[in-house]
Design a binder for this molecule. Structure first.
Ligand code: F6P
Length: 744
């Protein structure tokens, strides 16, 4: 109320000031215009009467003067004639009583011999006086006073003031009204909603945050309030969940539990995570910078962990606007709207990226470890770049842990096989783990790598090496056994070289229990409408376009399905979300072509005028878009030919709080070791995969629900917080002899 009153008062005062200034100027102009008019009339009359009056006044002929005065005076113009001694000779009758004994203008005209003029109050009226001397033979013989009515001047001035007063009232009222409406809708109401919401949160009620139409209006403060309240809500929900779990005796890892674990057990030790892929890249689009979360299982998994644990995430800054969005050291706080950890970007040249990432990591190690019949390519130049990039990342990590005691360093993936030894050589006190997200093949397969020795020695610099499955741990130990001089303890799963022991253990990675905190309000109908399809059954696949994902096999299997089960033609559509990936590599370009061909073949074989079996959305999709596909499809296909874990399978399960949907899952993924209630398939077996699609759409609702319930329990229990908690626990409790490791 006070604010509204102040606002309205300010508007009225402001309007008054502006309108009064305009009115003042206008009044002055009006007065000048009317005065000029009076002057002109006075001069005109005075000049024309002078000629007639001068001889008769010189003669002292009163009758002649009287005749002239009678002829030229009117109701609004009076005349008076004086002799040279300043005595009144004659004046028009109605003027005579109002004339002062001394008429200053007349006196001055007589004395100076010049015309004088001015305003004067005569009687009760305002008049304009024009006094001119009368001459005869160069002598002043008298004076003429022309007295004009000037009453209309104040009438006109008041008219202007009245007009502007009206303008002022209308203007101030309209502006006040508009301001009140805006304040009400954009400030008062949202503020009231926010305070009602924060009040509700304070009293422990779970109320969703209000949607504020123009949060920018309040500036950063409003954003901060909203974020504060949101994190309060999150913290409260986490605490309640934690309490409920404790009461029910369950030991599920939650965000809150991991937070507590980190603060109680790591005792302020610094945590540094290293990966090639960064959690967010920034790109220029149409002159503006846009953030993009890369399509990467690693990022999906590590994001929530870093938000809980804090620390520094070192990664390659690969976006074309990454430099602009970080500080001079390549650092920025993430998430950008509520920073909980620091991203430290490492800059690589185009040549370094080409050799280290595209070349050695993705044309060499990636096919080497996946064994999906794409031949690895090993080029000495690429390996040199790989070594250089690992050294560059090592320098960055070392600079980040310079002042930290016993820091924890979590290295991610096959891009950094050399990094553990490089870090450990400089900082023996650091606890270093490397998590290998992709499969580890058997020793014969790995042995074809010309630099297997360097890679193994680099990895063995770590205190802990981890894979998704025990099978991959065993493959790794066997590879070490065959390739290096080392002592292997098959009971403890540890490798000892010199004084340094490396433990090798599986930690199957996972996702956060919630795929999205606030899923979009999109219904299945909305989704189908957006896709422009009208079908009973919807299937989905979500992948980077990668030859390990079994995409052509999947589409061929769908072709078989439509051939074998014609009753599903026109009733089932499959949507493939395919994020472009590593597209400068020839094999990936070839795969893109193969995928398009396989889809074209199926579509051409079975499509009708109104229905297409496969829709291919070949672009990057954000988690919010993917959520709707996971949540509203009848089945999700994960047909990877070989995969360390495959988090798409777990993401799909985590979104299905409706307990619907069927997961068709390749038995060659790490996820298949945990999600036994998926329909497990051999993706190379097209016929069996087609049968799995059939089984998925025909599955009775009850069985579907029971399977999904069991899978959801697995994902809920074996979530990413558990993964991080157990991994950090293992790493921080390993017996580490702080002997320096020799880096190759
Ligand atoms: O596990 C392999 C992995 O690093 C995953 O994180 C992710 O799915 C993929 O590779 C990402 O590939 P890239 O970072 O090359 O796009």
């Amino acid at each position: 109320m006070k604010f509204t009153f102040r606002l309205v008062t300010a508007i009225w005062l402001g309007a008054l000031l502006v309108v009064a200034s305009f009115a003042f100027v206008q009044v002055r102009e009006e007065r000048e215009r009317l005065t000029v008019d009076l002057e002109r009339r006075g001069v005109l009359l005075g000049e024309s009467l002078k000629e007639a009056l001068e001889p008769v006044v010189a003669r002292g002929s009163k009758p002649a003067v009287e005749r002239i005065l009678k002829r030229f005076s009117t109701a609004t113009r009076a005349l008076a004639v004086y002799d040279r001694y300043d005595s009144l000779l004659l004046a028009t009758p109605d003027l005579t009583p109002a004339l002062p004994p001394v008429f200053p203008e007349v006196t001055e005209a007589l004395v100076s011999g010049n015309v004088t003029s001015g305003f004067r109050r005569l009687g009760d009226q305002n008049r304009y006086v024009y006094a001119a001397p009368l001459h005869r033979d160069d002598r002043v013989v008298g004076a003429l006073a022309v007295v004009l009515d000037a009453g209309h001047l104040s009438v006109a001035e008041w008219g202007v003031w009245r007009k502007y007063a009206l303008h002022f009232v209308v203007l101030a009222s309209v502006v006040s009204l508009i301001a009140l409406v805006i304040v009400q809708s954009a400030v008062t109401r949202p503020m009231a909603q926010i305070s009602a919401w924060t009040r509700a949160l304070r009293t422990g009620r779970q109320v969703p945050p209000p949607s504020i139409p123009d949060a920018k209006l309040f500036g950063p403060l409003a954003g901060e309030v909203v974020r504060l309240a949101r994190s309060m809500q999150r913290a409260q929900a986490a605490a309640e969940q934690e309490a409920a779990l404790r009461l029910s005796g369950e030991t599920i890892w939650t965000e809150e539990r991991l937070k507590q674990y980190v603060s109680l057990n790591l005792e302020g030790r610094s945590l540094v995570v290293v990966s090639n892929r960064e959690p967010v890249s920034h790109y220029w689009r149409n002159g503006k910078i846009h953030p993009q979360i890369p399509a990467s299982g690693l990022v999906t998994a590590m994001g929530p962990v870093m938000r809980v644990c804090g620390g520094v995430w070192v990664a390659h800054g690969s976006g074309d606007a990454d430099v602009e969005t970080a500080d001079a050291r390549g650092r920025l706080g993430l998430p950008e709207d509520d920073p909980r950890y620091t991203l430290r970007r490492v800059w690589l040249t185009k040549e370094e990226e080409q050799g280290y990432y595209y070349g050695f990591a993705n044309e060499g190690l990636w096919p080497l470890c996946h064994i999906v019949h794409t031949r690895p390519t090993f080029r000495p130049d690429d390996f040199a770049h790989y070594q250089a990039a690992n050294r560059k990342f090592a320098e960055t990590v070392l600079s980040e842990i310079r002042d930290a005691e016993n820091p924890l360093v979590l290295i991610q993936d096959y891009h950094f096989a050399l990094l553990p030894a490089l870090v450990k050589a400089e900082r023996p006190d650091a606890r270093v783990a490397i998590f290998w997200h992709i499969p580890w093949p058997n020793f014969e397969a790995f042995g074809i790598c010309p630099w297997q020795r360097e890679l193994l020695e680099g990895m063995l610099g770590a205190d802990l090496i981890s894979f998704h499955t025990q099978y991959h741990c065993n493959n790794f130990l066997e590879t070490v056994d065959r390739a290096l001089e080392a002592r292997i303890d098959w009971e403890k799963f540890a490798v000892t070289r010199g004084d340094h022991a490396t433990h090798v253990k599986p930690f199957p990675i996972s996702v956060a229990p919630e795929f999205l905190e606030d899923p979009p309000p999109i219904t299945r109908e909305d989704l189908l409408r957006e896709l422009g399809v009208s079908v009973e059954f919807l299937g989905v696949g979500v992948e980077r376009v990668d030859y390990t994902k079994g995409l052509p096999e999947r589409f061929r299997a769908l072709g078989w399905f439509f051939e074998r089960y014609p009753e599903y033609r026109g009733r089932l559509a499959f949507v493939q979300l395919g994020a472009p990936s590593r597209s400068t590599i020839a094999r990936y370009q070839q795969l893109q072509h193969e995928v398009e061909e396989a889809i074209r073949e199926v579509n051409e074989a079975w499509q009708t005028r109104t229905w297409r079996p496969i829709l291919y959305l070949n672009r990057h999709h954000e988690h919010r878009d993917i959520w709707a596909y996971y949540r509203h499809s009848d089945f999700c296909m994960v047909t990877a030919l070989h995969d360390g874990m495959n988090l798409v399978a777990k993401e799909f399960v985590s979104t299905r709080d409706d307990e619907g949907g069927v997961l068709i899952l390749s038995r060659f993924t790490g996820a298949s070791h945990e999600l036994h209630d998926a329909l497990l398939v051999n993706p190379y077996d097209l016929s069996a995969t087609a049968e799995a699609v059939h089984a998925a759409v025909e599955m009775p609702a009850e069985e579907r629900r029971a399977r999904m319930q069991r899978m959801r329990r697995v994902v809920r229990e074996h979530n990413i917080y558990r993964w991080a908690g157990l991994l950090l626990h293992e790493l921080s409790h390993l017996p580490v002899a702080a002997a320096p490791v020799r880096a190759s």
